[in-house]
Design a binder for this molecule. Structure first.
Ligand code: ADP
Length: 618
């Protein structure tokens, strides 16, 4: 077969361009990425051998060989793993392996350190070779195939493929190093890099200098070693390598569970949220091993969705080595392991939550995901609730449900919350006035997810969790800290005014009623319980959902407010009738503005307001 020239897919060219021209710091991670691919390839073949033992005759002991060649200025990374056929070469080394290429380009921040971290996460790992090499040759033959191939590229817009059947099974990646990157030919540098980034790789990594071969990693799966022999540094390196991350683990858990199911777990909570935490297909970065043989890292059945930020390794002897996908989905072993790890993680988080400042770091990164546990169908919802933290009106610190309950006022029966898009505007929401006047703390919920869990987690240890908008008689039972100085409107006037407001606002609101919750503002809007909240409505609109303007809102008026008294006094006076109308409309529009709602007719509002200002100035 002659050489065939194939163009890279557009997104690959773009990534290559960035890799080659913009990312210079931290180049050394190319080695970690290529060794990781070699190790994955060996894992894949080891697994394939379980299903097709006949392949074994052509493979030897798994190993990865690094061969620096100072004369030709090449570094070769060789593995005897699964190898690639022509289709694999075109699909895997001609496109971006994982879905996120467009995401990758979008996510680039211009900050080299961060962009670098993205390379590993987006599965453009192989292309990092072009940071140090101006030409890359891949010689490979897939296990079970007769045909071998040589792939070559200079990282420009194309690559070539030609057949070479004489190749052994596995893959050799030959990097022609750039002039500035010849340091990667130095044995001392290679030893150091392997120890730093790839020490835990479970097969030997061999440095080959002439005839001399030296194993330069410890080649023992880190999780199988006793805790006492592992340093924090080693845990960190292992974490960075399994998660392709650059941060430190915020929490490291390493334990052996013995009981109905035996397994070893080495799990981490990152410090920083990974970029794809909110992508719908985001899985936890968890790898399953059976007796140290890698089985899969695509295991939604092993970790509940709300813990998808966890990364690490689970190794068990309680599954057969040739376990199939279907079996993984069905076997009770997975269920039991999942139960076990969830329990451990929640326990560990509970311990860490005692140090509030430290726990806040976790909460700031992952609280928004963790709260999903309040509506995910899990048995541990109560434990999850205990670990949740919220903003509050009483202070700038975060508070737990339990702390809230222990600070409840005399006569207070419920846990109150208010949802919205940001803390500062929530704090000024008129709905909170009656709560402040009674010294009642209110949870301020600003994450979109909050709108969802409050519909399923409606009670905490016997206390109902309800929106401030739906507090009524229960609120009146709690004493005001200071008695109001202003008198309420008398009942006849109240009735008349309500009628008039209703007539003026027509179908903009469903009803108008008086409330005890306002102390400073004349008007406020609420949604009756069971209806979509204003905030949720806004969220859905922001996500392009077609929702009719909610006409189920109720306008509440403060019967003690000066403006309300004035309006009530003016009723029946024909000369100022038009003014009453305008005042009601201006007050209503102001209420919408305070809620962050768009006005139906902003021009009319501004005209009316200008008139009032003019009269005020006269
Ligand atoms: P990732 O490893 O994150 O999927 P890479 O760009 O590093 O992304 O690699 C793309 C794909 O190319 C891999 O998923 C794998 O299928 C294939 N590949 C890369 N290196 C090797 C190798 N040494 N042996 C076999 N396949 C490989």
């Amino acid at each position: 077969m002659t050489e065939e020239k194939i163009e890279f897919k557009a997104e690959v060219s773009k990534v290559l361009d960035i890799v080659i021209h913009s990312l210079y710091s931290n180049k050394e991670i190319f080695l970690r990425e290529l060794i990781s691919n070699a190790s994955d390839a060996s894992d894949k073949l080891r697994y394939a051998l379980l299903l097709h033992p006949e392949l074994a005759s052509k493979t030897g002991e798994f190993k990865i060989i690094l061969t620096p060649d100072k004369l030709n200025k090449t570094l070769t990374i060789t593995d005897n793993g699964i190898g690639m056929n022509k289709e694999d070469l075109i699909n895997h080394l001609g496109t971006i392996a994982r879905s996120g290429s467009a995401e990758f380009i979008k996510s680039l921040t211009g900050d080299k350190q961060k962009d670098m971290a993205l390379i590993g996460q987006f599965g453009v790992g192989f292309y990092s070779a072009f940071m140090v090499a101006d030409k890359v040759i891949v010689k490979t033959k897939k296990a079970g195939d007769d045909k071998g191939y040589i792939w070559q590229s200079t990282g420009a817009d194309s690559f070539t493929i030609e057949e070479d059947d004489s190749l052994p099974i596995g893959t050799s990646i030959i990097l022609s190093l750039k002039k500035d990157d010849e340091e990667f030919l130095e044995p001392i540098r290679l030893r150091h890099l392997v120890r730093q980034y790839s020490d835990h790789i479970s097969i030997p990594i061999i440095l080959k200098e002439g005839a001399k071969e030296e194993t330069i990693n410890s080649a023992s799966a880190l999780w199988t070693r006793p805790k006492s022999e592992i340093t924090t540094e080693q845990y960190k390196d292992f974490y960075q390598s399994v998660s392709h991350a650059f941060d430190e683990p915020w929490m490291t858990m390493h334990y052996k569970a013995e009981g109905t199911i035996d397994y070893t777990a080495l799990l981490f909570v990152p410090t920083k949220p990974p970029f794809n935490l909110f992508q719908p297909d985001r899985k936890s970065n968890l790898q399953l091993y059976v007796n140290r043989v890698f089985i899969s890292d695509d295991l939604p059945e092993l970790m509940p969705f709300f813990l998808r930020f966890m990364t690490g390794v689970i190794d068990t002897n309680d599954l057969p080595l040739n376990v199939s996908r279907e079996m993984l989905q069905k076997t009770p072993v997975m269920q039991k392991i999942k139960k076990g790890i969830v329990k451990r993680i929640l326990n560990e988080l509970k311990k860490r939550s005692e140090d509030k400042e430290d726990y806040k770091k976790f909460w700031d990164s992952f609280g928004i995901v963790f709260k999903e546990g309040l509506y995910e169908p899990i048995d541990e919802r109560a434990e999850v609730a205990d670990l949740c933290r919220f903003n509050q009106t009483a202070s700038d610190d975060l508070i737990s449900f339990d702390e809230y309950v222990s600070s409840m006022k005399e006569g207070q029966e419920n846990i109150y919350y208010l949802t919205g898009t940001n803390i500062d505007s929530l704090k000024n929401n008129p709905q909170l006035e009656g709560f402040a006047a009674r010294g009642i703390n209110v949870l301020l919920l600003t994450d979109p997810i909050d709108e969802f869990w409050i519909q399923t987690y409606t009670e905490h240890k016997g206390k109902k969790i309800i929106s401030v908008m739906h507090a009524g008689a229960d609120l009146e039972k709690i004493k005001l800290e200071n008695e109001p100085t202003e008198k309420a409107l008398d009942k006849d006037k109240e009735k008349e005014l309500l009628k008039r407001i209703k007539e003026t606002l027509k179908e903009s609101v469903k009803d108008v009623q008086v409330t005890d919750r306002l102390t400073k503002s004349p008007f406020a809007l609420i949604t009756p319980s069971g209806m979509m909240s204003l905030n949720l409505e806004r969220l859905m609109k922001a996500h392009g959902q077609q929702i009719a303007m909610n006409s189920d809102r109720i306008l509440e008026i403060n019967p003690r407010h000066e403006v309300i008294h004035k309006l009530a006094d003016m009723l029946g006076n024909k000369e100022v009738d038009e003014k009453i109308n305008d005042a009601i409309l201006v007050l209503f529009d102001q209420t919408l503005i305070a809620e962050g709602e768009p006005l139906k007719d902003p021009a009319a509002f501004s005209k009316r307001l200008t008139n009032f200002v003019l009269n005020g100035l006269a």
